[in-house]
Design a protein around this ligand. Structure first.
Ligand code: XBP
Ligand code: MG
Length: 270
């Protein structure tokens, strides 16, 4: 096992808690604009989130809740959904432009630490690439987009999370192996994808919709990365003993801790 070379971040739920007040709102705006009476409540959206990918999520909604829906103007349903999703992306990007979706606690601190230490940064996400750029451009850190050497996003792979494809692509683009990297995720689908790509050093930061999900295979589970003066909490993980931390201990997930975690996982201690 070599040294830690790169951190691979998920986006939605991990860099920022974007789903309830970002994506959901944008989906509803696109539905209203198209003259549809579809309205995704917070609870319904939580259920639909089990399907990764916005277009796939709309398709699932149609199947389950509006099975008799016929797309207007003789359009194929798939094409109608694609157009609807483009409108959703437009609404989402506009919403992020208002600057109301901040990075989560500890994210910017950890990104800075990694950069300073020469640890490379990458993204592996299901979300549409424009959404990633808009988020990174509107969180108040000029040039943040360019801190990421690789951004693997959206439809560039045949299968979305929980399939490993997007992580495998990120590794290929980095020119690294799974053992060189640590992943930070927030969802069961994301965690399954990372593990299926062999990325065993998996840190989960729970987000609004993922608090009840099963992360028993993650190396470390926390409620947030946290700051030194506003730490997060350890919730579990296979490497907790090796790190000599306990559940409910306060924690600031910094680069030093991540290096120890990486070491513990690949030396078989976790
Ligand atoms: C989360 C997703 C995405 C977003 C919506 O991605 O599953 O589908 O909810 O974005 P991740 P799109 O956690 O992997 O960042 O509508 O662009 O798909
Ligand atoms: Mg996520």
């Amino acid at each position: 096992m070599g040294q830690l070379q790169a951190l691979i971040f998920d986006v939605d739920g991990t860099l920022a808690d974007t789903e309830r007040d970002g994506h959901r709102v944008a989906f509803n705006a696109a539905f209203a604009e198209a003259g549809l009476n579809w309205q995704w409540s917070e609870a319904l959206y939580g259920e639909l989130l089990q399907v990764t990918g916005g277009k796939e999520r709309i398709a699932r909604y149609c199947e389950r809740y509006c099975p008799d829906f016929v797309a207007p103007h003789g359009q194929a349903l798939q094409d109608f959904i694609a157009g609807l999703h483009q409108a959703k992306t437009r609404h989402y990007v506009a919403l992020l432009g208002q600057g109301g979706v901040p990075l989560r606690s500890g994210v910017l601190r950890l990104l800075r630490e990694a950069r300073a230490a020469g640890v490379r940064l990458a993204i592996a996400t299901t979300t549409t690439p424009e959404n990633v750029t808009a988020l990174l451009n509107h969180v108040g850190e000029p040039g943040l987009r360019d801190w990421f050497e690789v951004i693997a996003a959206g439809d560039v792979v045949p299968r979305k999370k929980p399939a490993p494809d997007i992580f495998t692509l990120a590794l290929e683009q980095l020119g690294l192996t799974a053992a060189d990297c640590v992943v930070i995720e927030d969802s069961d689908n994301g965690a399954a994808a990372a593990l299926a790509a062999g990325l065993d050093t998996l840190i989960v930061t729970l987000s609004h919709y993922t608090r009840e999900q099963d992360f028993s295979r993650a190396a470390l589970v926390v409620d947030q990365l946290g700051e030194r003066d506003a730490p997060g909490q350890v919730l579990g993980g296979t490497a907790v003993a090796a790190l000599e931390v306990q559940a409910e201990t306060e924690i600031c997930v910094d680069l030093e801790l991540i290096k120890r975690l990486h070491q513990a996982v690949w030396s078989g201690c976790a």
